[in-house]
Ligand binder design. Structure first.
Ligand code: SF4
Length: 725
């Protein structure tokens, strides 16, 4: 039997509508959904190949246990009983902090996963919760909390109405944008230009986005905050600020003016490599534009939070926050910022890491302290690790140190669809369902839409093999460990009562409750035309929720006085630190290494899909022609890239697309690690830029890893010495 079912992609923020062809319980084809209310037939190659992950013969489909003779298939009953027994024994002997959890990025695309894994962690009582956020976006959340009073109050660019877009350290033509839902970024950025607007790209690499921009400026990696603060300084110095907006909607503008005062364009020119006249011009043009928006992602560096904060401040001082064509707050079926606050989950710095006293952000500690938390003896030392939907051995800074530390654990459990590089080091691997096998609602992206809309997807096919959804796995583990269901006694007892009545508690009820009590919900009133899950399911191509509204700032702000707050001691401290910092390169490590993304990859988990691995999957090190000539390096040569923590070998592509003094290498590849996946073993190897980054180089406010701009050396190597050519 052949059927067509609508669904949506859960690989990146764009969540494109797709149509799946299902034949005898297998997805044989995915195509873009032309009727989807927003994506309207748009998709990228990754989404169209997702069924190849679901039906990959290398997928883990049964619980697996490491034994003296190799991996052994075991039953779910045995796996859960043994894991719960080991974790409980460790907890009894050493306390809950002895169990750590690492939650990877795909959990943000599965509403039930996050709810259940976070509450399992809470019920367990460990503070040792880590995740992908410190490699990705925690700085944005901290900056939003400082300015708007809530971590999830994240403005997005009103790209379709803007006349001036400043794109800092992000490459939406390839990444599709992060923390923003922007279908077909290429067409929409081109449209800004076509209607006479300006797109300025700031990046140490002439990215795919830079190539379609009005202008592009190279910038020294990690110095974006300097540029942005100098633009704000210019705006104040030349009295270009929007005084009315500042007076009406903000506090402490004088504090801001004094903090940015030392960031003159001349000082910024030294730090950034962009000349002072250009910085002044950029500031004037931004301030003079009928509408303007700065957006970016250059937060994976030593000043990540300051950078994210400065970007928003530029929008605010020019009156471009909550203005058509500026930075807007997107409304959806749920107000995530309010819910997270109401549930008491919008926490910052309330708990700290045992090693280094690093602040937790939204319950998550920086991944950079994970290894030290595992290897430093004493109360609270991590002795067991549960990893869900993550591959930190490949994705965190210096993952090789984590691989070594994992070998010393008493128990390691990985929940994954593959025997990943991290899973291969575990004691147990539990098979997870892919997104084609589960229902979903894009809860974490609900307020990031440039075109407000919503959608629901039922599961397209049944779960393959013995795979389970993560929420089911955490429920089984929690039950076996005697933990309170959802860390909530009321939910715990309700579930028991339902069970006695022959019913099971469903995570769908939780998301339904959020929608029904949300801004456009039905409030459980049968006569209401408001939204609930049942109604949403009747719209398989999604529903538009009106236009992106502006003029709603007061409602959106979650500060007590309904003003944007500038004054912040942590930010002042970071600004001073930025002024004091010197060059990060040395004679031993004279280059700064930046990452690079590729349209056909998503971190590390799509490397076993043959369709995505065909052709030239470029993993070559980009180096500027002047630097290559100075080192006597030629195109195609294999070189060693070395840092204070590691070395990888990679083939060179000489290119003036990178700034002199900067080299670029993608992440997500893995060399020197055993692979249990056919295609990865054959085609999916390569040097990983993250292996060169010192995990202990941690940004102070959000715990961001220094994944962009870390100092490295590039060395010629003798023929035959290449470790991973
Ligand atoms: S990965 Fe591609 S298909 Fe999937 S949501 Fe993102 S852009 Fe769309």
């Amino acid at each position: 039997m052949i059927e067509e079912k609508t669904t949506y992609c859960r690989i990146c923020e764009v969540t494109c509508g797709l149509v799946a062809t299902v034949e005898d319980g297998r997805v044989t084809k995915l195509r873009p959904d032309p009727e989807h209310v927003v994506s309207q037939g748009y998709s990228c190659p990754k989404g169209l190949a997702a069924h190849e992950v679901t039906h990959d013969p290398d997928r883990v489909l049964h619980p697996m246990k490491r034994t003296a003779t190799g991996w052994q298939r075991i039953s779910w009953e045995q796996a859960i009983a043994e894991i719960a027994g080991k974790l409980n024994a460790i907890r009894a002997a050493h306390g809950p902090d002895a169990i750590g959890i690492y939650t990877g990025n795909p959990s943000g695309y599965a509403y039930a996963h996050r709810i259940y894994s976070a509450n399992w962690t809470k019920a367990l009582g460990t503070r040792n919760s880590f995740g992908a956020g410190s490699q990705d976006n925690l700085a944005d959340f901290v900056a939003a909390r400082f300015l708007y009073g809530a971590s999830f109050r994240l403005p997005i660019p009103d790209v379709d109405r803007t006349s001036h877009l400043l794109v800092v350290g992000t490459n939406p033509l390839v990444s599709q944008g992060t923390l923003v839902h922007m279908v077909d970024a290429k067409a929409r950025l081109k449209a800004v230009r076509d209607r006479g607007g300006t797109v300025v790209v700031i990046d140490p690499r002439r990215t795919e986005t830079a190539k379609i921009a009005t202008e592009h400026h190279f910038i020294r990696p990690g110095s974006d905050a300097f540029l942005l603060l100098a633009m704000v300084q210019t705006i104040f110095a030349e009295r270009l600020q929007d005084r009315a907006f500042l007076e009406t909607h903000t506090t402490d503008a004088t504090w801001l003016e004094s903090v940015v005062a030392p960031f003159t364009p001349e000082r910024a020119a030294d730090a950034t490599g962009i000349d002072a006249d250009t910085i002044r011009r950029l500031a004037r043009e931004f301030a003079a534009a009928p509408s303007a928006c700065a957006f970016g992602r250059a937060v994976c560096g030593p000043f990540g939070t300051l950078q994210a904060w400065a970007l928003d401040v530029l929008n605010i001082v020019t009156g471009n926050l909550d203005r058509p064509g500026g930075a807007a707050f997107s409304e959806g079926l749920i107000d995530l910022a309010k819910i997270v606050q109401l549930l008491g989950l919008d926490v910052y710095g309330e708990h700290r890491s045992r090693i280094g006293g690093r602040r937790g952000v939204l319950g998550e500690l920086p991944a950079g302290v994970l290894v030290d938390e595992m290897t430093t003896p004493g109360p609270g030392q991590i002795r067991a690790l549960v990893v869900t939907a993550g591959n930190p051995v490949v994705s965190i800074a210096n993952g090789q140190a984590l691989a070594d530390a994992m070998r010393g654990l008493e128990c390691a459990v990985v929940i994954d669809i593959y025997m990943s590089e991290t899973a291969a080091l575990a004691d147990y691997v539990l098979p997870a369902a892919t997104w084609l096998e589960r229902e979903d609602f894009p809860v974490f992206h609900v307020n990031l839409n440039t075109e407000p809309y919503s959608q629901w997807s039922d599961a397209v096919i049944p779960k393959q093999g013995e795979a389970k959804e993560e929420w089911e796995i955490f429920t089984l583990l929690g039950d076996a460990m005697g933990l309170t269901y959802l860390a909530n006694p009321a939910a715990h007892w309700l579930r028991r009562a339902l069970h006695l009545a022959g019913k099971e508690f469903s995570p769908r009820w939780i998301i339904d409750a959020m929608i029904r009590t949300g801004p456009k919900g039905d409030r459980y009133l049968p006569w209401s035309s408001g939204w609930n899950v049942a109604r949403l399911r009747q719209h398989p191509h999604g529903v538009r929720l009106g236009e992106l509204r502006t003029g709603i700032l007061r409602d959106q702000l979650l500060t007590k006085d309904k003003h944007v707050h500038f004054a912040n001691d942590d930010i002042a401290g970071e600004a001073e630190r930025l002024l004091a910092v010197g060059a990060v390169t040395t004679s031993e490590f004279p280059f700064q290494l930046i990452g690079r993304r590729d349209l056909r990859s998503n971190n590390s988990w799509l490397r076993n899909v043959p369709k995505l691995m065909r052709g030239d999957r470029d993993r070559r090190l980009r180096i500027h022609p002047d630097d290559a000539e100075r080192l006597g390096i030629v195109d195609g040569e294999v070189v060693r890239i070395r840092s204070r923590v590691g070395a990888v070998d990679g083939e060179v592509r000489v290119s003036d697309d990178v700034m002199p003094g900067v080299v670029s290498l993608p992440h997500g590849w893995s060399d020197g690690v055993e692979s249990h996946r056919r295609v990865v073993a054959e085609l999916g190897r390569g040097p990983n830029c993250n292996d060169l980054v010192d995990q202990r180089a941690i940004e102070p406010l959000a715990g961001m890893a220094w994944l962009n701009g870390f100092p490295v050396a590039v060395e010629k190597i003798a023929v035959g010495r290449a470790a991973n050519a």
